[in-house]
Design a protein around this ligand. Structure first.
Ligand SMILES: [Zn+2]
Length: 339
């Protein structure tokens, strides 16, 4: 910390007077400092700036104002596109004004074009509109819809992730998240009970995946192509599905609408399932072996089963990422001579 020298009272008075007059005329602190200098008042520019923001704090807010990131990223992409077409900075500025009704400074355009800075600042996917359909995104949707969470912390921190038992599943989830968000895969952490957790900050994925899952929002991504549907179904069954030694594949969830949607996707892929049935009523106590605790079901839990005639098709077209489930399914199919 530097000790601040007190201004002589007559200088201070002149400074305050100049600020009042200057601000009324809409001057910035540099112009006011110059005005003072011309009148023979010796005071440093930083002193003028400090007094300026102390006495007129609303100016600080104006200084910090900028366009929302989503809009800036759109403008950035447009600027780069125009640059590629061979336009100069001035013409880009004019074109952006015509197209987007936004006035960008030449220096911003120049810094963007020279890749000195960009509005991404480590965030390549600022909102749902910037998400591209891909098998990886479908996989993320399926996992979060099943075992995952999407929460808002402290008003503006958006976190999504999943907590799962199997290392192979979490690795795949993490890889897909990295691909979707254009970043390095987040590192999973292991909790005391052995479960793996991966979480990332992403407003876009939060908007897409907050619960209850909005089917209309996820549908365009999930139904993008057959591979996307397959990956969604597989990751959902990885999280919520089970297979026993008799080859019965079951899937559980408390969100009836979501289960109906999963059924629809499976049906498109040629796999029929039974209608959802309540298997745990709200208020039922049950024992969680993994955590060694008794819980009470907060919601009704529903179950669907893959029809026995379609189990082989499920294996061929969907399968499990989780090896222990996949192996159990293979054992059953081998035993039945189907594999
Ligand atoms: Zn696709």
């Amino acid at each position: 910390m530097t000790t601040q020298r007190r201004l002589p009272p007559e200088v201070k008075e002149k400074l305050l007077e100049a600020l009042r007059v200057g601000v009324a005329k809409g001057y910035g602190y540099v112009k006011i400092w110059r005005m003072l200098k011309e009148n023979g008042v010796e005071v440093s520019i930083s002193t003028v700036r400090n007094y300026y923001y102390k006495n007129f704090p609303e100016k600080l807010k104006r200084r910090g104002r900028c366009l929302p990131r989503e809009l800036r990223i759109k403008l950035y992409q447009k600027v780069l596109e125009l640059r590629r077409q061979g336009l100069g900075y001035k013409r880009i500025k004019k074109k952006i004004e015509e197209l987007c009704n936004v006035s960008l400074s030449i220096s911003t355009i120049s810094r963007w074009c020279r890749k000195i800075c960009s509005p991404h600042n480590g965030c390549r996917v600022p909102s749902v509109k910037f998400l591209e359909p891909s098998p990886e995104l479908s996989q993320v949707i399926g996992t979060v819809a099943g075992d995952g969470f999407a929460t808002k912390k402290n008003g503006n921190e958006y976190v999504i992730g999943a907590r799962v038992k199997d290392g192979d599943l979490i690795e795949e989830f993490s890889r897909c998240l990295g691909k979707v968000l254009g970043r390095d895969p987040p590192r999973p952490r292991q909790e005391k009970d052995g479960a793996f957790v991966v979480e990332v900050e992403s407003k876009a994925l939060y908007e897409l995946l907050r619960k209850p899952i909005d089917i209309n929002r996820i549908a365009p991504f999930v139904e993008h192509c057959e591979e996307c549907m397959r990956r969604f179904a597989r990751s959902f069954f990885d999280s919520e599905g089970s297979v026993d030694k008799d080859g019965k594949i079951r899937c559980y969830n408390s969100d009836l609408q979501l289960l109906q949607y999963v059924r629809k996707i499976l049906n498109i892929l040629g796999i029929r399932t039974t209608r959802p049935k309540i298997c745990t009523k709200k208020g039922t106590a049950f024992f969680d072996r993994r955590r060694g605790k008794t819980y009470t079901a907060k919601k009704d839990v529903y179950r669907i089963c893959v029809r026995m005639s379609d189990v082989l098709r499920f294996y061929q077209r969907i399968g499990f990422t989780i090896q222990r489930k996949q192996k159990r399914l293979e054992e059953y199919l081998r035993k039945r001579g189907l594999l």
